[in-house]
Design a protein around this ligand. Structure first.
Ligand SMILES: C[S@@+](CC[C@H](N)C(=O)[O-])C[C@H]1O[C@@H](n2cnc3c(N)ncnc32)[C@H](O)[C@@H]1O
Length: 486
């Protein structure tokens, strides 16, 4: 059998970090949805399937204590993931296996979290059935399955265009990159020939133009697999319900805020839809959703409202941005929460402590929860680990981060560093990694950071680099130090 099963192997995947896979965020999303899980237990047993370059699992294995297992059938991906994970000494077990190979392994262990990110829509029906089989057999009761996928109705107009391009790519010659370019040029030639399909969907011309600006790596994995199956939520929920899993909610925390991002009419309409599947479907149409990140729990049990509040009060949080950098939204009042969080530097605070803070006097607990969910969803806040766990994870994070900084010096940027405080990754731009690398090499001034970064970024304007290094020292360094990545 062809191990690739129609999946692109010719071009490796990008080195992205997916924050939504962080155990602390998954746990917060489940508690906010009022569901009991096993995620309070440490060490966690975490399986990430089809981990790509393995950046997320390497970071989580370093930063959040647990036993991490992962596989991806692309040998180059697995090698990269193993090298990264080995740098921290986390002991993550990362292999080059297909779903079919993994599911037939002897002595498979049980897991508290199983994650499959950005893959469900891009694999065959047989492989999706194997995924479900793995989850059904290996997820403990109270364990969480994270699955993300392209969904309806957001992709409705692009589906036929993608079909046209894949038909062309399958029949043309050359490397995959050349066939991708030829397929996009062919689609453009149809637009220029006044094809009525494009006249009926005028937005597609711009979409095609945007695609031409994307990296060929991204396009290969996103659109040029044999399989590409955007699905309605109801179909995914139905398959997983049949395997004993219950839908908990979106992993995107702002989706846990009732009515967030909807018009007044949209809010009123969703209030009247009580069936959970029809409700999610309605929401997907209201926001024209393209991508879902869903959490399912094996045999979920509901937390009582009082137990949910108690659990939320016990959550500790830390800021990921200086207050002045935080993007506010008029739908959620965040100012008192941010003021309380920022008091006394960046020390983590529980929601109970925030509730007692003077700045939050008179603020309803439900509104503090909304603020916490919104800020976390925006990447301005994150659950924090206990002091003991932070100390345990700190040396592993330091070792992994040193390896990531060294890679950045060689021009190979990984988009995040590991924080022992959050048990998760912190997004970093390439320049920022180079400034930190220069600092780790002993340079103390922004001038020297910019100078050393310029040795890697030979085409950058030195003046711009210097101004970026100064801004980095002022805006990012205090936060990175508090998160113990600098
Ligand atoms: C779009 S990438 C997503 C990677 C990663 N989860 C992320 O979000 O960054 C899909 C991944 O699935 C892997 N994959 C595809 N088919 C597979 C199979 N049959 N068995 C195991 N891995 C597979 C690919 O190698 C690729 O790394």
């Amino acid at each position: 059998m062809d191990r690739s099963d129609g999946y692109v192997q010719e071009i490796d995947y990008t080195h992205g970090y997916s924050s939504e896979l962080a155990p602390g965020l998954v746990e917060l999303a489940c508690v906010a949805a009022g569901v009991t899980t096993v995620l309070r237990n440490r060490p966690l047993r975490y399986l990430e399937m089809a981990f790509g370059q393995g950046v997320s699992i390497a970071i989580h294995a370093a930063a959040c204590p647990g036993e991490y297992t992962g596989f991806d059938f692309n040998p180059a991906h697995a090698t990269n993931a193993r090298t990264l994970a080995a740098a921290s000494g986390s002991g993550a077990e990362l292999t080059a296996e297909t779903f079919a190979e993994f599911v037939t392994r002897k002595n498979l262990s049980q897991f508290d979290i199983i994650a499959l990110h950005g893959t469900w829509s891009w694999i065959s029906a047989e492989n999706r059935a194997r995924v479900v089989d793995i989850v059904r057999r290996l997820l403990v009761p109270g364990g969480v399955f994270f699955v993300s996928y392209n969904c309806w109705p957001g992709w409705a107009t692009e589906l036929p265009l993608r079909h046209l391009m894949i038909q062309h790519a399958e029949r043309s010659e050359g490397s995959l990159e050349q066939r991708i370019d030829a397929a996009m040029a062919f689609a453009q030639s149809l637009i220029e020939a006044d094809a009525k399909f494009f006249k009926a969907h005028p937005g597609l011309e711009q979409w095609l133009a945007d695609m031409r600006g994307r990296s060929r790596k991204y396009l290969a994995h996103e659109y040029f697999n044999r399989d590409w199956h955007p699905m309605p939520f109801s179909e995914v929920e139905g398959v997983l319900r049949a395997a004993g899993l219950g839908f908990v909610g979106s992993a995107k925390l702002s989706d846990r805020i009732e009515g967030f991002g909807l018009t007044a009419a949209g809010r009123a309409l969703t209030r009247g839809v009580t069936d959970p599947v029809l409700r999610e479907t309605t929401l997907d149409y209201l926001v024209n959703r393209r991508f879902r990140r869903d959490l399912f729990v094996n045999q979920p049990t509901a937390l009582s409202p009082a137990a949910r509040e108690d659990r939320l009060r016990a959550f500790s949080f830390t800021l990921l941005q200086l207050p002045a950098q935080i993007k506010l939204n008029e739908e959620v009042s965040c100012a008192p929460f941010i003021e309380a969080m920022a008091d006394g530097g960046f020390a983590p605070k529980t929601l109970a402590q925030i509730e007692r803070h003077g700045a939050c006097a008179g603020v309803e607990f439900a509104d503090l929860v909304k603020a916490a969910l919104y800020l976390t969803s925006e990447g301005s806040l994150h659950p924090a680990q206990s002091r003991e766990v932070i100390e345990q994870a700190a040396p592993r994070c330091a070792a992994l981060n040193a390896a990531i900084l060294e890679r950045a010096r060689r021009g190979e940027a990984i988009a995040a560093l590991a924080s022992p405080v959050t048990g998760a990754g912190v997004f970093m731009a390439q320049q920022e990694l180079l400034f930190l690398g220069a600092r780790a090499a002993g340079c103390t001034s922004a001038e020297d950071w910019a100078c050393l970064a310029g040795e890697t970024l030979t085409e950058s304007d030195p003046e711009v680099l210097l101004s970026n290094a100064r801004a980095f020292a002022r805006i990012r360094m205090p936060v990175l130090q508090a998160l113990r990545v600098a």
